[in-house]
Design a protein around this ligand. Structure first.
Ligand code: F6P
Length: 367
């Protein structure tokens, strides 16, 4: 599409909420209105709003004073993939899926949208990518506290989640030290250990367990006993919700059949705390931080990153670079084809510098 033909754009936020969503909505809307004289429309609840035709205009005032606000003023959904949308259930209670992309495209055309800024994670980028063959134009903005999108060094929301998790770990040290306990703190991140590795390092955790490195329960037990015998020291374990023992499985909290990504991880901290208490005879407690990590106001770094991403998204649209996602590579704002991101997850590689750094300060990584 020639750049000058963009006149009306939509914005949607998909997947789990994340600090900084409103900062992106604000940046896209204000830049679109001020620099490009485009009309802007908010699509409610992610792709669900496009399927159900819940689309309303956004003006300058509607995005004022939202920079610091958590969540998303547009609402979100992580169950609405137009290519595989749950329309009901069969006699056994299993979801029935239908391809409703034509319906979504009808509403896209009815509102005369030239493109949509899709703010989301790998699931939303997959939805967007599957819509493009039908004439859906988009630009992606990488959102997730998990920091697991391919081709970008960082996603907005991640740094806030690390700050929240680190503060929680700092506070847990007090109880662990006073009671000479093991405290196992579980952090989000799905199959990627970025939040746990960064918050675990920042919080000075003694053991850091990641989905990428299966742990040996025997080794962990010895580490805890050793610390207790030598210094009567407590042990703080940071564990990713997606971590698993050697020869064991991830701990699944819930399966949501109607969701394109049905597995919800959670609960491994409770399992591990019990095991460590049994084998070491040291009192142990589990703390699951959960959605607290996604809540509230974005930290300053995420506000800047979100604003930068929003501006970059409008830059792509104004230069006719469609169906791409903005990324940060080597500190620079760039973009990649959305198909390169769809359905993929960026996990911690074995040669990641922070793994070596953690080991060098005496942190055990589970083996
Ligand atoms: O992707 C963000 C995230 O918070 C993950 O870290 C977590 O596994 C998942 O979403 C939880 O999803 P829900 O909000 O559906 O429980």
């Amino acid at each position: 599409m020639p750049a000058q033909s963009i006149k009306r754009i939509g914005i949607l936020t998909g997947g789990g909420d994340c600090p900084g969503l409103n900062a992106v909505i604000r940046a896209v809307t204000k830049t679109a209105i001020q620099d490009h004289k485009w009309e802007v429309f908010g699509i409610e609840d992610g792709f669900l709003g496009l399927i159900e035709n819940r689309i309303h205009p956004l003006d300058w005032e509607s995005v004022s004073n939202i920079l610091t606000r958590g969540g998303t003023i547009l609402g979100t959904s992580n169950k609405a993939n137009p290519a595989k949308f749950a329309t009901g259930t069969d006699a056994q209670g299993n979801p029935i899926f239908a391809d409703v992309r034509d319906k979504a495209m009808k509403h896209y055309r009815e509102h005369q949208l030239d493109a949509v800024v899709v703010i989301g994670g790998d699931g939303s980028m997959t939805c967007a990518n599957e819509m493009t063959p039908l004439g859906f134009n988009c630009v992606g903005v990488p959102k997730t506290i998990d920091n697991d999108l391919m081709h970008t060094n960082i996603t907005f929301g991640f740094q806030t989640a690390v700050e929240i998790a680190t503060e929680a770990i700092d506070r847990l040290h007090t109880t662990a030290a006073s009671h000479h306990r093991i405290i196992v703190v579980e952090l989000m991140g799905r199959n990627a250990g970025w939040i746990t590795l960064h918050a675990g390092l920042a919080g000075g955790c003694d053991i850091i367990l990641l989905p990428e490195i299966p742990y040996d329960i025997g080794v962990l037990c010895e580490v805890c006993k050793d610390r207790m015998h030598k210094h009567r020291a407590c042990t703080i374990v940071a564990i990713s919700e997606g971590a698993r023992p050697i020869d064991g499985k991830q701990t699944v909290m819930q399966t949501i059949a109607s969701s394109p990504d049905p597995i919800r991880l959670g609960g491994v901290a409770h399992v591990l705390a019990k095991q460590l208490e049994m084998c070491s005879n040291i009192e142990a407690r589990a703390v699951v931080l959960g959605h607290v990590q996604r809540g509230g106001t974005p930290c300053a770094a995420d506000r800047v990153l979100a604003t930068r991403f929003g501006h970059a998204a409008t830059d792509l649209l104004s230069t006719g670079q469609l169906n791409r996602m903005v990324v940060i590579q080597g500190g620079q704002t760039k973009s990649v084809d959305i198909s390169q991101v769809a359905g993929k997850q960026r996990v911690i590689q074995p040669d990641n510098e922070l793994l070596r750094v953690a080991r060098s300060v005496g942190t055990n990584l589970g083996y």
